[in-house]
Design a protein around this ligand. Structure first.
Ligand code: URA
Length: 269
């Protein structure tokens, strides 16, 4: 490390890049680590080629995309509580091994509006509840601005149930491993309005190639075989993005008013 580099500045840089935890139990002083000497090459007699009978590939550790087990377990859940138990018992998403808690949902499962965010962060991982950190506080204010509360009139979950290490975005395989549960979750809650919070949730649920800037503010029909009718679905800017780009809050406000209006059209709160 250069002697001019301020350790506090370096630490801040790491935190801004999403590195908020030391992975090893014991810190490594990299200034003391010796470069490993290359192992000398030894001549080995070349064995004649052999024909080896094909052996079956070992079973994958993580669930492959479109995992049949997840789909089967999700379909077997007939209540939100049964689904929560199935998700907590599920080991097919690789993220689970890094997380401390399963983050299933918060709010009222009978609410008429369901918010689906991206992935738990450090605060959510500690508390086992979605959107309880800084961006969660803003989401609560956004929900409150249209007369709803998390405890009574909103239900909140994410597209993955475990925190990705270092707050990176979940990858396609991790999202696919959770997706059957997320879809079943929506079917069981059967909300009057579905809201995708952020680009990743919109991309996952709406299966559209456009980014959040294009998708937000429009109504889509969310349909699955398990829903009696298509659910109107809108994407919102993620509160973490709004905290970084407050000039976009007016667009989010517009979208929230559209959600309020749709809820008013589809019945009493
Ligand atoms: N961001 C999300 O998308 N979900 C959470 O639960 C927390 C932050």
């Amino acid at each position: 490390m250069s002697e001019n580099l301020d350790p506090a500045a370096l630490l801040r840089w790491y935190i801004e890049a999403g590195v908020d935890e030391a992975i090893g139990d014991v810190p490594i002083d990299r200034t003391q680590v010796q470069a490993k000497a290359p192992t000398p090459k030894t001549e080995r007699p070349v064995a004649p080629p052999q024909v080896v009978p094909a052996t079956p590939a070992p079973a994958p550790i993580a669930a492959p995309i479109g995992d049949a087990t997840a789909a089967h377990l999700a379909a077997a859940a007939h209540t939100v509580e049964e689904l929560r138990a199935a998700v907590e018992a599920y080991t097919g998403c690789a993220l689970k091994q890094f997380a401390s808690r399963t983050v299933f949902a918060d709010g009222n499962p009978k609410a008429r509006v369901m918010f689906v965010g991206e992935a738990p962060g450090a605060d959510e991982d500690r508390q086992g509840l979605p959107f309880v950190g800084v961006s969660g506080k803003l989401l609560d204010r956004m929900i409150g601005s249209i007369g709803l509360t998390r405890a009574e009139s909103a239900y909140i979950t994410n597209v993955v149930f475990w925190r990705p290490p270092g707050n990176r975005a979940p990858n396609d395989e991790e999202i696919a491993a959770c997706l059957p549960f997320v879809v079943r979750h929506i079917e069981l809650v059967d909300p009057a309005v579905l809201v995708c919070v952020g680009g990743l949730a919109a991309k996952t649920l709406l299966a559209k190639p456009q980014g959040i800037t294009r998708l937000r503010g429009q109504w889509f029909d969310y349909e699955t075989p398990g829903l009696a009718r298509p659910v109107p679905c809108m994407a919102l800017f993620h509160p973490a993005y709004l905290l970084r780009s407050p000039q976009q809050k007016k667009m989010a406000w517009r979208d929230l008013l559209a959600i309020k209006q749709k809820l008013g059209e589809s019945g009493p709160n």
